[in-house]
Design a binder for this molecule. Structure first.
Ligand code: ADP
Ligand code: TRP
Length: 320
């Protein structure tokens, strides 16, 4: 079984990324051949500064490795170290119906957030389909917002197979039900572009400040509170043990505890949860060649697979 996922180096990783995509991806390394890449070609749709893109890419690699990605088990690489994906994206684009891409909600969302309407942004799902198909991927662990992109990938694979014969496997999205969407400090989906994020490796003071500013309703201290509508409770459920979660639920229902106390509890658990990852991150930073070695090794393996698949594709469509 081949597992593949990517993450854009367009900013700093937050706990929504962690619980929605990184944690499931890390867990899956034990179940098959995992390939995880830093999607720098994709990030070009929003990052315009070359130094920033290079720095972000390295930092995402560092943070992902610190969170438990094991380069001995998983293939970790940069998107742009496998330029063949852009060739396959072109080939896929020649069968991709305009209407299919026009229905993509992420494009419309990005325009609504003020991004420029470029061809690259519109074509993004085709490049993403290429990312997935070029490795004969079976499983794609992603957050819920990426589900439509996997559906588009399957549609394009079917179109190619119908047109040129069986070339591609149909991949499946793997979406974590329990953490479908991690809320941000304002209760909306956590996203770096909404400014409501709590970062995985933020400093202690900043992280505490973010947690203490989680938006709550105005229920008085004495009154009973609804845990199922509370962002604090939802976030706590991700980082605390079952017993601790049950205990917080009871205290919500009982009344007598204010939101500020619940937030303090949340901060403590959150800080504790990521402590081993912070430690690992420090260790990796001390080893000067660790990240580059991991990425070089990953690029080699990713190229081997991509070259094989591209040979099949080129032959099937009549290029060579
Ligand atoms: P952002 O919305 O902050 O720009 P990305 O779009 O780069 O995040 O998402 C990277 C990965 O993390 C994707 O697989 C996405 O589905 C997942 N993800 C992002 N935000 C969340 C969230 N709030 N809850 C669950 N998963 C998320
Ligand atoms: N589009 C994904 C995101 O914004 C990143 C991504 C690019 C990806 N290519 C992929 C995810 C292939 C899974 C598989 O988060």
């Amino acid at each position: 079984m081949r597992i593949l996922s990517g993450i854009q180096p367009s900013g700093v990783l937050h706990i929504g990324n962690y619980f929605g995509m990184m944690r499931p991806a890390i867990a899956l390394q034990a179940d098959g051949e995992a390939l995880y890449f830093i999607a720098d070609y994709h990030a070009l749709t929003s990052v315009r500064d070359p130094d920033t893109l290079r720095e972000n890419s390295r930092r995402i690699a560092l943070d992902f490795l610190a969170c438990g990605l094991d380069p001995e088990r998983a293939t970790v690489f940069r998107h742009s170290d496998v330029p063949q994906v852009t060739e396959l994206a072109w080939i896929l684009s020649t069968v991709a119906p305009m209407g299919l891409l026009e229905r993509a909600t992420s494009y419309k969302d990005k325009l609504a957030r003020g991004m420029a309407a470029t061809v690259g942004l519109f074509n993004y799902p085709v490049l993403m389909a290429s990312d997935i198909l070029i490795y004969d991927s079976d499983i794609v662990p992603v957050g819920k917002d990426q589900k439509q992109h996997i559906e588009i990938t399957r549609d394009l694979a079917v179109k190619m197979n119908e047109t040129f014969g069986e070339i591609f496997k149909l991949p499946e999205a793997r979406i974590q039900a329990a953490t479908e969407t991690v809320p941000g400090i304002d209760g909306q989906k956590m996203s770096k572009s909404y400014g409501n994020n709590i970062d995985i490796f933020g400093d202690e003071k900043e992280t505490r400040k973010r947690v203490m500013s989680v938006v709550t309703d105005s229920t008085p201290v004495e009154a009973t509170k609804n845990p199922d509508k509370s962002t604090i409770f939802m976030l706590y459920s991700l980082v605390a043990s079952q017993d601790e979660v049950a205990d917080m639920r009871e205290r919500f229902l009982e009344g007598g505890t204010g939101y500020a106390d619940f937030k303090k509890g949340l901060f403590e658990k959150l800080w504790e949860y990521f402590a081993p990852m912070r430690k690992r991150r420090e260790e990796i930073l001390k080893d000067k060649s660790y990240i580059d070695d991991a990425l070089a090794h990953g690029a080699k393996r990713a190229n081997e697979i991509a070259d094989q698949v591209m040979q099949r594709v080129r032959r099937a469509v009549g290029l060579r």
